[in-house]
Design a protein around this ligand. Structure first.
Ligand code: ATP
Ligand code: MG
Length: 444
């Protein structure tokens, strides 16, 4: 879990005698502490390996963009643009926004650099996103996403590939039993508009019974009413028109093709006709991977097709599909399910004890070892201290062996190998012989 910033004492007296308040992080923005970073690195590298195996390449774009980019792509009446964006005016009097998601920037960058011209692209990105939401479990103001986008592919095969990829990832992370897939088709823009009208007609007749949020959405973004969290509104939706009845033949065939690939690959799913997603730019396929292990914030990965977006940003019409996963929620899930591999905590192979005078020799030995063993994790004791206290630290580090370098060793250009996890006598050897001995030990 990200470390929640709640230091015990917020007031202190400075050396000049002033009463000062400690400066703390902004609410909803978390520090990632060393004890948790190994888990993040494990998750990130597992995802990267999986993406590479499908031929996806990384793209990086800025954290700050012109506000217009998000307004035009995400949609003026979505939650994100209406109330969640970190928008401010910079010193040049331009309105800029900390990115609330990656798709818009990804399309902007691809267009700007001609990556979509007569070619397909399989891309991914990772990094912080910013949304001014109420901080709670699984919901932060700075959070992290890993996103994947594929451009230039019209057919449902790529939509399915994205889900096969995620299913493989859940297996690699050993959380496949605890996430499930929900899919839906939003159809073409025209079929969605026809459905929207039917839904508005149905709901307008019972407007007074809807919750306040849904009443507002009836004017602005009626499809979002479908995923209202209000149980009474959900009850009222039972008799509402269903989106799938409004799909045209082309989107129906696309959805059938998509499902056929999932079926053939053994990826199980549930068709959820109320799944609409919060952003304006989706059409055809939409999907979410959800878990019931995290409470209300149960969506760990979500996405869909957005064929109109590239054109909306001034490019040629380009089919596109993608998704983003919430890193904090996946980390929380790994922790909740206790699916953290033992081997991810970095344990040093060797702990070097430097006893007596600090001679340059000790650090030179460490460098020689690193040259010889490229993957070696070697911790050199710095700052002096008794042999006993250094041994304690070496033991606590869980290193297999300690190398003792004292005055005698320095004088004779030798090192003493101490076995910390085996009942074996220590050995004092010339460095070359010690390296030969370490080769055997480290390979074990
Ligand atoms: P939600 O319905 O939870 O608000 P969303 O539809 O706004 O999600 P997307 O924009 O699709 O979310 O983002 C993709 C994923 O990013 C989400 O499924 C979730 O895992 C994660 N995510 C979104 N907002 C946050 C947040 N504020 N804090 C942490 N993770 C988030
Ligand atoms: Mg949201």
């Amino acid at each position: 879990m990200p470390h929640l910033n709640n230091s015990p004492s917020t007031i202190f007296i400075s050396i000049t005698g002033n009463v000062l308040k400690k400066i703390q992080a902004i609410n909803g923005m978390n520090d990632l502490l060393p004890e948790d970073s190994a888990l993040w690195q494990y998750l990130e590298s597992t995802v990267a390996t999986c993406l590479q195996s499908y031929g996806y390449r990384e793209i990086r774009f800025p954290i700050l963009e012109k506000t217009e980019l998000f307004k035009r792509t995400i949609g003026e009446v979505t939650d994100i643009v209406e109330k969640e964006m970190y928008t401010f005016t910079d010193r040049g009097d331009r309105s800029v926004t900390l990115r609330p998601e990656g798709t818009a920037s990804c399309v902007r960058a691809c267009e700007e650099h001609g990556l979509l011209y007569n070619q397909t692209q399989r891309l991914w990105y990772a990094g912080p996103m910013f949304r001014y939401e109420r901080p709670q479990k699984g919901r932060f103001r700075q959070f992290h996403q890993i996103g994947v986008e594929a451009f230039g592919f019209q057919g449902p095969d790529i939509d399915a590939e994205l889900l096969l990829l995620t299913a493989r990832l859940w297996k690699a992370l050993d959380i496949n039993d605890d996430v499930s897939l929900e899919i839906n088709s939003l159809g073409t823009f025209e079929s969605r508009e026809r459905y929207k009208q039917a839904l508005v007609d149905y709901l307008t007749a019972i407007k007074d019974q809807l919750d306040e949020d849904s009443q507002r959405r009836l004017q602005t973004n009626p499809l979002r009413i479908l995923d209202s969290k209000n149980t009474e509104t959900q009850g009222l939706l039972t008799g509402a028109p269903v989106l799938s009845d409004y799909l045209c033949d082309v989107s129906r065939a696309h959805f059938e093709g998509f499902k056929a690939i999932l079926d053939a690959a053994g990826v199980t799913y549930r068709v959820n006709s109320k799944l609409v997603r919060g952003l304006d730019y989706y059409g055809y396929t939409v999907f979410e991977w959800v878990t019931d292990k995290l409470g209300a914030q149960g969506t760990v990965c979500a996405g869909g097709r957005y064929n109109g977006l590239v054109e909306q940003l001034g490019g040629k019409p380009t089919p596109a599909v993608g998704f983003a996963m919430g890193v904090e929620r996946l980390i929380l899930l790994l922790q909740t399910l206790n699916k953290i591999p033992q081997s991810i905590q970095p344990v040093p192979d060797i702990y070097i004890l430097v006893v007596g005078e600090v001679h340059p020799y000790a650090l030179t030995v460490a460098e020689r070892l690193r040259e010889h063993f490229p993957h070696l994790r070697c911790l050199t004791h710095c700052g002096g201290g008794s042999m006993k206290s250094q041994m304690k630290k070496a033991d606590k580090s869980q290193a297999k062996i300690a190398l003792l370098i004292g005055d005698d060793e320095t004088e004779t250009q030798k090192v003493t190998i101490k076995y910390l996890r085996e009942n074996k006598d220590q050995q004092t050897l010339l460095l070359a012989d010690a390296i030969a001995q370490l080769t055997i030990i480290l390979e074990k």
